[in-house]
Design a protein around this ligand. Structure first.
Ligand SMILES: O=C(O)CCC(=O)C(=O)O
Ligand SMILES: [Fe+2]
Length: 194
């Protein structure tokens, strides 16, 4: 069952059990094992930091995107990712040409406040976010109107979250650290690079 989140200036849909527990368990195991996970460094205030999560990027050849000033090429699609991409495309009614994967090893791995608004994604991008493993809280805050209350969604095992329309223009999101969510979690965000 799909629900639309009641947020102003946003178009966000959520399917809590998009994948069955059996499918989710399969993908959690397969992706953990086969994806070329890496821990990237970022430069901030003249210092280098390791990102508090592992990442990987897969996609169609010929698509690249700018990341901390470097042009990154996607790895060629792994077979296990293709059926996933297909079912997510069917639900979203949209074709994707790349996926960014995030591996949160434990509750201290996280992602800070941001919008997915890189120029490569174009205006009003459709972003489909799939979660496997440990459920984690996903927070949303309005970028301009501070009177709009912060919202949270629990991204549980097998869920699908779809962000589209003007969502990235008006809202930021984060995945905070959590002592109460110690298990590992994988997240896949399907995107369309122009
Ligand atoms: O792990 C999540 O649910 C958030 C991922 C995310 O926001 C991103 O990859 O841009
Ligand atoms: Fe994001």
């Amino acid at each position: 069952m799909k629900t639309k989140l009641a947020l102003p200036n946003a178009e966000i849909y959520f399917w809590p059990q998009f994948f069955s527990p059996r499918q989710s368990n399969y993908y959690l195991t397969e992706l953990t094992r086969t994806v070329a996970w890496r821990q990237d460094k970022i430069r901030m205030f003249g210092k280098e930091f390791l990102l508090p999560r592992l990442t990987a990027w897969y996609g169609d050849a010929g698509k690249s995107y700018q990341y901390s000033g470097i042009s990154m090429k996607p790895l060629p699609w792994l077979p296990v990712l293709l059926p996933l991409k297909e079912v997510v495309e069917a639900a979203a009614g949209h074709r994707f040409n790349s996926v960014l994967l995030n591996y949160y090893r434990h509750g201290q791995d996280s992602m800070g406040w941001h919008s997915d608004d890189e120029p490569e994604l174009g205006l009003n991008p459709v972003i489909a976010s799939v979660s496997f493993g440990q459920d984690r809280r996903f927070d949303l805050r309005h970028r301009q109107d501070k009177t709009v209350p912060k919202q949270s969604v629990w991204l549980e095992d097998g869920s699908l979250l779809l962000m589209q329309g003007a969502t990235q223009h008006y809202w930021q999101h984060q995945l905070p650290k959590s002592a109460k969510a110690p298990g590992t979690r994988l997240n896949l965000t399907f995107r369309t690079i122009k």
